[in-house]
Design a protein around this ligand. Structure first.
Ligand code: TYD
Length: 206
């Protein structure tokens, strides 16, 4: 028995956490065992690393130490939470995963994609999602949502051109691997976004 591994990706303020909750409810209603989780975090060790990453000054880590910390957090999360849940037949829905490292530490931090994938191979034996949803919103809507929830943390505290570069990198990754990725327009209502996501999972539903 093995479950499905689904990830949500995108910039800040695209509504991933709302959609994770909506998906968990919709899938549970279909009788599916759901484990909803997030990165960085999702296991005790990874949550401890999360605190190191999210708190403190902007220059606390450089791009390389930061990439290693994200990969270490992911390794613990995969080993302790994700793989055991999948082995029990649960569906794991995760808010961000290795593609966030490829976008943020790659595009933003200048680490090559090959190096980030090598870290992922060492840390997490290269585990990839069965399906990844890229939630996209217009830059204006993203900025409005981030302000509404009270600003950014250490990681989100970056200039607008950085956010634009990230958004472009996510779309580029999605287009390069169309079997795994689906791009979802998240400028519409939360219910409409949830319905669009569910429609893309219909084939796997019992
Ligand atoms: P979080 O508070 O979970 O924000 P969001 O709602 O944007 O997901 O913060 C996670 C931050 O860490 C976010 O700015 C993206 C960043 N991040 C990376 O830079 N690399 C990674 O591998 C992951 C998982 C997250």
């Amino acid at each position: 028995m093995t479950g499905r591994f689904i990830t949500l990706e995108g910039g800040e303020g695209v509504g991933k956490s709302t959609q994770i909750r909506a998906m968990a409810t919709l899938l549970e209603a279909r009788g599916i065992d759901v484990v909803a989780t997030r990165e960085p975090g999702g296991s005790a060790g990874a949550e401890a690393i999360r605190t190191l990453l999210m708190e403190g000054s902007d220059d606390r880590w450089n791009a390389r130490s930061e990439a290693l910390l994200f990969a270490a957090a992911r390794a613990d999360h995969v080993a302790r939470t994700i793989r055991p849940a999948l082995a029990l037949g649960a569906w794991v829905i995760c808010d961000r995963y290795v593609d966030s490292s490829r976008a943020y530490q790659g595009s933003g931090g200048g680490i090559t994609d090959a190096d980030l994938l090598a870290l992922h191979a060492v840390g997490s034996e290269g585990l990839l999602p069965d399906r990844t949803f890229l939630l996209t919103v217009s830059p204006e809507e993203a900025a409005r949502r981030v302000t509404e929830r009270g600003g950014s943390d250490r990681m989100g505290n970056k200039p607008a051109d950085y956010q634009a570069r990230l958004a472009a990198r996510f779309v580029e990754m999605a287009k390069a691997e169309p079997e795994r990725w689906r791009i979802i327009d998240a400028d519409v209502s939360a219910d409409e976004v949830a319905a669009a996501i569910l429609a893309e999972l219909e084939d796997w539903l019992p």
